[in-house]
Design a binder for this molecule. Structure first.
Ligand code: UD1
Length: 423
């Protein structure tokens, strides 16, 4: 398994390109299963999770061709051969569950292995199943697989209120509802930019959807969907991660294509910490206003709140802030696995249940650390960039699931970072 070696070496300066959103792409790809006609995605990120979804779709008989070095994905599901998503692929990535809604809606039947994914809490899929039950589906859990069956005549419109916000369950239910007979109303739906992006793509394919970006989605089912070409929205998590690089190391960095509207709550916290964020034609220009950043408290919430996927990276910033900050994780239990690793670098962190109290120290010290999940991996790289000496981040395979060319992108800003090939 590869490692990343980072040496703290001062300010970072320059422009950094931001890719299309992994999480948007992972729900846009299964949307191909809804239609016989081609779906082409542009601005796709080049990541191992995208390759896993490619393999999954291909295992169902879909054609997926990566063009322009993977930036364009040309897909067609005119000749699907299977409605069963096998354990061997699904276990690698939780987002595999997103094939369930489209398969069920188009074929009236689907079998999907229960997913695995990052080790950040229990992460069940009950809400995905309940939302589809509200459209008349019958669900059975057998041999580790969800066996889903639509009533004869196909899914029918229904009303479902999510007891709490789930991004994936909203996406799955939204895709299923596009082909259900009649009207589906999804209440307390997720409002993330990735949901809006999915809805826009489905609309291009002919779906009738109202309310994307609000907490109520109303979908008028249609008989069939057509083809479309769609550009994947900017990755707001990659954006936020790289915005933190100059915040932690000093310097001035422009994140190309970034928009404040993708990350308002996050930008407000950066402002309170003393970091300036300016929206320009090119993207978001980030710089430290003066001296050491100030401690700020953060609570993770569904969009438009502070994203859980930026909590680990924000903690890396708070490790050297002036004062004490409390980070509260409200989306996933067990999402502070980066804390003990940061402590190995000299951070002062006290984790109690869903709260982490971070007391800023002057400077972190490089150390060998272990990447435990995707966002934790990158938080350790950020911490290493600001630390004294060398930090070896081991077990970085999670990183490649969500960040393309980290070494190249940060290296171009002046960071001393290199990949060490595993045995
Ligand atoms: C998506 C993102 C992930 C992000 C998360 C929250 C993708 C591929 N992943 O994950 O990066 O961290 O949103 O912004 O888009 N839950 C249930 N039952 C369910 C579904 C979810 O209890 O059926 C719980 C989860 O365990 C979690 C909470 O709901 O505690 C929110 O999870 P959810 O929004 O569904 O996350 P994902 O869609 O898996």
């Amino acid at each position: 398994m590869d490692s990343i070696l980072v040496t703290g070496n001062g300010p970072l300066n320059g422009d950094i390109p931001i890719a299309g959103a992994k999480n948007a792409c992972l729900t846009l790809m299964p949307a191909t299963l809804l239609s016989e006609e081609p779906l082409t995605l542009t601005n796709a990120p080049r990541l191992s999770d995208i390759r896993t979804m490619t393999l999954l779709l291909q295992s169902l008989g879909a054609e997926v061709t990566a063009l322009q070095e993977g930036k364009v994905l040309a897909m067609s599901s005119h000749n699907l051969t299977s409605q069963r998503a096998e354990y061997d692929i699904v276990r690698k990535m939780r987002a595999s569950i997103l094939v369930l809604g489209p398969l069920l809606a188009r074929f009236g039947y689907a079998e999907v292995s229960l997913p695995g994914g990052c080790a950040i809490g229990a992460r069940p899929v009950d809400l995905h199943l309940k939302a589809m039950e509200a459209m008349g589906a019958e669900m059975e859990l057998r041999d580790g697989y969800v066996h889903a069956k639509a009533p004869s005549g196909g899914l029918r419109g229904g009303e479902f209120e999510f007891p709490f916000v789930s991004v994936g369950a909203t996406e799955n239910a939204l895709m299923a509802a596009t082909l259900a007979k009649g009207t589906t109303v999804l209440k307390n739906a997720a409002r993330e930019p990735e949901i809006v992006d999915l809805a826009e793509c489905l609309q291009k394919m002919g779906a009738q959807i109202e309310g994307a970006g609000t907490s109520t989605l109303t979908i008028q089912g249609v008989d069939r969907l057509g083809g479309a070409t769609h550009g994947v929205v900017t990755d707001r998590i990659e954006l936020g991660t790289y915005m933190l690089a100059p915040a932690i190391c000093g310097g001035e960095v422009t994140c190309l294509g970034g928009r404040i509207s993708l990350l308002e709550a996050f930008c407000e916290k950066l402002d309170a910490a003393g970091i300036s964020v300016e929206e320009t034609e090119k993207g978001l220009k980030v710089a430290c206003r003066n001296g050491r950043v100030k401690a700020v408290d953060v609570t993770t919430e569904p969009f438009p709140g502070f994203p859980t996927d930026l909590q680990a990276q924000m903690m890396a910033l708070m490790c050297t802030a002036e004062g004490t900050s409390v980070l509260e994780e409200k989306i996933f239990e067990n999402r502070f696995m980066h804390a003990p690793e940061l402590m190995r670098m000299g951070a002062k962190i006290d984790v109690q249940g869903g709260h982490a109290t971070v007391t800023g120290v002057e400077r972190l010290k490089g150390a060998p650390v272990m990447a435990t999940d995707l966002r934790a991996s990158v938080s350790l790289i950020l911490a290493g960039l600001a630390a004294e000496g060398e930090t070896m981040v081991n077990r970085v395979y999670h990183l490649d699931r969500g960040y393309e060319n980290v070494e190249e992108k940060l290296g171009a800003l002046g960071a001393k970072i290199e990949r060490v090939q595993g045995q």
